[in-house]
Design a protein around this ligand. Structure first.
Ligand SMILES: Cc1cc2nc3c(=O)[nH]c(=O)nc-3n(C[C@H](O)[C@H](O)[C@H](O)COP(=O)(O)OP(=O)(O)OC[C@H]3O[C@@H](n4cnc5c(N)ncnc54)[C@H](O)[C@@H]3O)c2cc1C
Length: 389
C-alpha cells in the first residue's frame, strides 16, 4: 500500500510537470484526438509533446511489458495512473486501434519476433492501424467473409473487399481477416493477416456518414502481395484471434458509456434551467443520471476483473451493449433539453452533449464492433444460458 502511495505521489508530480495545460482541456471533437502514425497531424506542439512524453515512459500502454514499449505497471499502478490523469483532466495521449485492439491480440497470439517488432511501434504511436473485418456480405455474420488469401509459396496473394474500415484512408497498416481455406467450414478457414496499406493493390474509398464526416471507407485488395511471416496465430485459426480482439474492441467501445468529455458534466447541471420547467424531461434525466452512476461503478469493477483475469469472456458484450445504449440516451436527452438550438448544424457543442453532429454519430455506437442485437444474443447464450439462444 505504501509503495502504491509513493508511486501515486510520483505520478502526480510527473503529470503536474509534464502534462501541458492545453492537454488538460476536454476534447471538443474528434479532431482533438491524437492518432499518431507515419503521417501524424498534430493540432499543436502541446499535443505532440504530450504523446511523446507519455510514450517515452511507456505510459501510452502502461500495463504492457517494458520489453514491448510499455510501462510494465501492475494493474493497481495502472489504475492509479488513470485516476491521477483523470484528476487533472488529462487527455488520452494517443488514440490507437493498435493499443486497444491489435496489441492485446499480439500479446496473446503473436510470435516473440512479432511482439518485438510491432508492439513498440504501437506504443510510440509510429504506426496507425485499421481493422479489416467487415465485408459487404459479412457484418454480423463475420465468419462468412470471402476475402481470398492464396499461398503463393514465398508470399500470400490477397484479393477482395472490406467495408466500413474506420480511417482506412489514414492508416499505415491493417489487421485483416482473410480466407485461407475456402473448402473448410466457415469459421475454420480464416487467417489473421497484417500488412502495410502502402502495398501495391490496396486502395480505399471514403464513405460519407449522416454526421457529414467520412470516418470510414470501402477498402479494396487487388493482387496484394504479403510476406509469409505476417500471419498472426496459426494459419486457418484466425477466428480465435479475431474473437479475442473483438472482446478488447467491445471493452474499448463500452467506455463510451462514461460519456467522454460530455460525461464530465452532468446533464442535470448543464440544463438545470430547462429542467426546472419540464418535470417529464427532468424525470428522464434523473433516471439517466442514476444509470450513468451505476454504469460507472460497473465499468470500474469490470476493468478490475478483466485485469485480474476474472472477467467472463462474454462480459465485454454486456458492457458494450450497456455503454453504447447509455451514450445514445445521453445525446438524445441533451438534444431534447437543448431544443431547436441544439439542431444547429454548425453549432459548438451543446451544453451537456456535443451538438447535432455528435448526436448523429452516436447512432453508430450500437452498430460498430457488433450490433446491440448481436451483443444481446451473446449475453443470452453465453452468460444467461437461456434456452434456444
Ligand atoms: C462507425 C462504424 C465504424 C466501423 N468500423 C469498422 C472497422 O473499422 N472495421 C470493420 O471491419 N468494421 C467496421 N464497422 C462495421 C461493423 O462492425 C458492422 O457494421 C456491424 O458488425 C454490423 O454489420 P452490418 O453493418 O453488415 O449489418 P448486418 O449484419 O447486415 O445487420 C443488419 C441488422 O440485422 C441485425 N441482425 C443481424 N444478424 C442478427 C442476428 N443473428 N440476431 C439479431 N439481429 C441480427 C443487426 O443487429 C442489424 O440491426 C463499423 C461500423 C460503424 C457503424
Amino acid at each position: 500500500m505504501d509503495e502504491l502511495q509513493t508511486f501515486r505521489s510520483e505520478v502526480r508530480a510527473w503529470l503536474e510537470a509534464n502534462c501541458p495545460p492545453e492537454m488538460r482541456q476536454p476534447m471538443r471533437d474528434e479532431s482533438d484526438a491524437c492518432w499518431g502514425g507515419r503521417n501524424a497531424v498534430f493540432k499543436n506542439d502541446a499535443q505532440k509533446a504530450w504523446m511523446e512524453r507519455m510514450a517515452e515512459r511507456g505510459w501510452t500502454v502502461p500495463d504492457w511489458p517494458k520489453d514491448y514499449g510499455g510501462g510494465g505497471l501492475s494493474p493497481a499502478e495502472t489504475k492509479a495512473l488513470r485516476q491521477e490523469m483523470a484528476r487533472i483532466g488529462a487527455r488520452n495521449p494517443l488514440m490507437s486501434f493498435g493499443i486497444s485492439m491489435l496489441g492485446p491480440a499480439l500479446l496473446k497470439y503473436g510470435t516473440e519476433a512479432q511482439k518485438r517488432h510491432y508492439l513498440p511501434q504501437i506504443a510510440r504511436g509510429e504506426i496507425r492501424w485499421c481493422q479489416g473485418y467487415s465485408e459487404p456480405g459479412a457484418g454480423s455474420d463475420l465468419a462468412s467473409l470471402q476475402t481470398k488469401c492464396e499461398d503463393k509459396g514465398d508470399h500470400w496473394l490477397v484479393n477482395g473487399q472490406k467495408v466500413w474500415t474506420s480511417y482506412a484512408d489514414k492508416a499505415d497498416w491493417i489487421f485483416c481477416l482473410v480466407r485461407t481455406d475456402p473448402q473448410a467450414p466457415k469459421h475454420k478457414g480464416i487467417s489473421f493477416l497484417l500488412f502495410d496499406m502502402a502495398t501495391p493493390g490496396v486502395s480505399t474509398k471514403p464513405i460519407l456518414l449522416i454526421s457529414g464526416n467520412s470516418p470510414f471507407c470501402e477498402t479494396f485488395f487487388d493482387d496484394v502481395k504479403v510476406p509469409k511471416e505476417q500471419v498472426v496465430g496459426e494459419i486457418n485459426k484466425g477466428w480465435d484471434v479475431a474473437k479475442y480482439l473483438l472482446g478488447h474492441e467491445r471493452e474499448m467501445i463500452s467506455g463510451m458509456g462514461l460519456g467522454g468529455a460530455a460525461g464530465a458534466v452532468s446533464l442535470g447541471e448543464a440544463y438545470r434551467d430547462v429542467l426546472e420547467g419540464d418535470p417529464l424531461l427532468r424525470a428522464d434525466v434523473a433516471r439517466f443520471e442514476v444509470e450513468s452512476l451505476a454504469f460507472r461503478a460497473m465499468s470500474e469493477r469490470f476493468i478490475d476483473e478483466l485485469k485480474a483475469g476474472l472477467a467472463h469472456p462474454a462480459q465485454p458484450s454486456m458492457m458494450k451493449y450497456a455503454g453504447t445504449e447509455l451514450n445514445k440516451r445521453r445525446h438524445e436527452l441533451a438534444m431534447a433539453a437543448g431544443g431547436s438550438n441544439a439542431l444547429e448544424w454548425e453549432s459548438e457543442r451543446s451544453r451537456g452533449g456535443k451538438g447535432a453532429r455528435e448526436w448523429l454519430r452516436t447512432k453508430a455506437n450500437s452498430i460498430e464492433g457488433g450490433t446491440s442485437e448481436i451483443q444481446l444474443g451473446i449475453v443470452a447464450k453465453r452468460i444467461l444460458d437461456l434456452p434456444g439462444a
